[in-house]
Write a new protein. Structure first.
Length: 219
């Protein structure tokens, strides 16, 4: 967190650990180079034959914090800890969004196997956007996890239910799946740092990207 000067906290899932809908996943991934090397070896990757892939990242956009330094830190960390080689294709934000809706064999990806995006988690509909099998490209933005059938029923329930208890239970079930078998590498949760004049009154910092400006005044 030194790189970000305390403006974010580490992620263990798509939701924060203290979120009531985080659930009780069986796995809790943390920094463990030995386990990482073991898993790579089981998949056939060794120091002589390292895992190598290209990631498409952007220079800025959609609430990202410091995308270039952060991606470079992850790149260095994967190399030093587990011998993984990551190459970057740096593009403009809209090009990255277009690539997110491209099928895996699309030339728009230019060989990239990973996309770096930022995501709000304040609405359950966003979870379906990125993880529902119905949104597999070119129909939507589920570019990473493909057809995650084990979480499909929970996401369908989220889309159709109106009972808060049912929605919460389905959200926990779906999120446990996202932590136990993660389609993403979860990096940080943005703490929404903001700077403003002391003349600004009535501002309430929300746990989301959506700010209620009707309460704000200047004095």
């Amino acid at each position: 967190m030194t790189l970000l000067n305390g403006t974010a906290e580490p992620s263990a899932g798509w939701l924060k650990v203290n979120d009531p809908n985080f659930g009780s996943p069986e796995n809790r991934y943390k920094f463990d180079p030995a386990k990482g090397k073991k898993m790579l070896a089981e998949a056939g990757f060794t120091p002589e034959k390292p895992l190598a892939f290209k990631a498409m990242i952007s220079t800025s956009g959609s609430g990202q914090m410091l995308p270039l330094p952060m991606n470079e830190f992850v790149q260095q960390n994967l190399k030093e800890a587990c011998g993984v080689d990551v190459e970057f294709d740096v593009v403009e934000w809209q090009l990255l969004l277009n690539a997110a809706r491209a099928t895996p064999d699309s030339p728009n990806l230019k060989g990239a196997m990973v996309l770096n995006v930022s995501s709000p988690s304040s609405d359950v509909g966003v979870m379906a956007r990125y993880f529902s099998s119905a949104n597999f490209p070119p129909n939507g933005f589920n570019s990473s996890s493909g057809r995650m059938t084990r979480s499909t029923s929970a996401l369908t329930t989220l889309a159709e239910a109106s009972d808060p208890a049912v929605i919460s239970g389905a959200l926990r079930k779906a999120h446990e799946r996202l932590v136990d078998n993660p389609p993403w590498i979860y990096i940080v949760h943005d703490l929404n740092p903001r700077a403003m004049s002391p003349r600004v009154k009535g501002f309430v910092s929300p746990q989301s990207w959506f700010v209620d400006l009707t309460l704000v005044s200047m004095q």
